[in-house]
Design a binder for this molecule. Sequence first.
Ligand code: PRX
Length: 654
Amino acid sequence: MNDKTIDSILEETRQFPPSKESSTGANITKEELEQLKKQASDDYEGFWAQLAKENLYWFKEFTTVLNEENAPNYEWFGDGEINVSYNCLDKNVESSPNKTAIIFEAENGDTRRISYKELLEEVSLFANGLLSLGVETGDRVIIYMPMSPEAVVAMQACARIGAIHSVVFGGFSSNALKDRIDDAKAKIVITADGAFRGGKTIPLKQATDNALKDWNHSIEHVIVLKRTGESVSILEGRDLWWKDLIKNQNKESTPVPLSSEHPLFILYTSGSTGKPKGIQHSSGGYLLHAKMTFKWIFDIKDSDVFWCTADVGWVTGHTYVTYGPLAAGATILIYEGAPTYPHGGRFWEICEKHQVSLFYTAPTAIRALMKLGDDIPNKYDLSNLRLLGTVGEPINPEAWMWYHTVIGKEKCPIVDTWWQTETGAAMISPLPGVTATKPGSCTQALPGISVDIVDEGANPVNQPNKGGYLVIKKPWPSMLRTIWGDNERYIETYWEKFDNKYYVAGDSANMDQDDFFWIMGRIDDVLNVSGHRLGTMEVESALVAHPDIAEAAVVGMPHEVKGEGIFAFVVTKGERPLGAMKNEVTETLRSWVSDQVGPIAKPDEIRFSDNLPKTRSGKIMRRLLRSIAKGEEITQDVSTLEDESIIKQLQQNE
Ligand code: PRX
């Protein structure tokens, strides 16, 4: 482990027990929680089987719950047949066809409401459109779209016919899109002419065209939603408009019964190499945990309006926008644009306008909005809010307290949910009617989820506030099944460390005297920038792909709003840039990385040197670079350095 694995120095003693209002009538009461935990520990498979039978509709009921034959490639409910879209749409149309499924708020303030019945119709039209293009069960479909109801329609339509979707975040560049198309060997790209964000437009179709240029790709068709109205090129025979595709389709479509293990989606995420991992999720097991955690953690009631601010390009936008809430028949809000456009009160204005009652966002957004001052949220009526959530990175107690007092008016429980792209759904989180929360702690594991902290030897660290590896000790239904096309990497990354016994999350954590979890950070070379994962290698590969760059090393540094910022150490070919030239090269490299990966990967700081600090055996001393990035004094042993004078150059930034 690196230097993040220190003992916890954060001492947070404040506690907030659930209020009477949040415990009365909560979906999970103290007694029910104890009962669920007891059931899970008495009969683990029986516990999940019962939930799966009671909460999901099966075309064919499963007889096997957990199959461990090919561990750690576990299977759940494998001989059962299910359709995720049927569970999210048809089931709710049967009971409440006119209930609002989606409230859409455009960046310019236009609003659209879509009922469950209308959503099913749109999904059916589009699913039939995909079938008409020859899309078959198991084909891969890339979704590269703005935040819009149509993004959800596209995902649900894939699920309906058994196509495996892979959503690529609209902020990723054409290069990143190309890599994902290539790895997934996708047949279709669904995109839009553009996306509105922060008062600008993002040319998604143009990026798609660039991604498909000059190589022998697998894409047969590109479907284009008209959103911004900007002119785009349409390649005859390959490209077609969304509205033309659905024009003559049938409004009804038959959901295909699929094995519970059928891959619902692949979602690419960063790891410690330059190549993103295609995290593969299942149908039945994934949907079960998405739905259960949504009901338990967000305490959903029929009258609630739930707003998760995550983009569908991230896992949070899969589980708590598209699948969990719709499976639970909830009303969700989708907002198209940027949090502070056209003004800093946009989020709170939307909460007031649509009477949002459950609000779920990331610490980076909370910090950015906190910086704008209390006057802004205080202008809006936030009295409908009854629960607040956070996800994506550790929340600092100061931001937690602001969220609690200024936004929640000290009456809304805060659910700090720990999970990952790989876990599929939340794993550690308070339950609003039961758990006393502490600012900065994601508290305790959910029923049926077995989490622990272990040392190098896989022994539990049974000591308060002592750090160790966060592991999951039992397979769970929504776990990733593999890395698309690379099962070896799956085993190596998540299981080998402790002999395939425990799932290794890649985070370090500690537990306090009340057995509450505190996440300390990543233990691998992965950064958490604004709650999004980025591999240092990904940024390094992008930098060295520039013709003028010889070497690069990237580390994280503390950042007030983003949580973690990107610090790049770069060696250029030829002369080291100085003076005005340095600023010029810095800007060139920042936009180069943005083009290669996407704006989120732009280095916050770039420092040039004649060489990188290496040991005599040629290994870059990353710990040293991390200290320099933080502006710390160098106290570590540098005697193994090839050239000690390089430290001064790196520190002085001349
Ligand atoms: O380091 C943890 C952090 O985000 C990582 C997972 O990132 P990703 O797969 O992009 O998914 C983010 C949304 C689920 C974790 O390994 N993380 C996530 N939630 C929390 C967190 N760190 C602290 N507290 C959280 N609540």
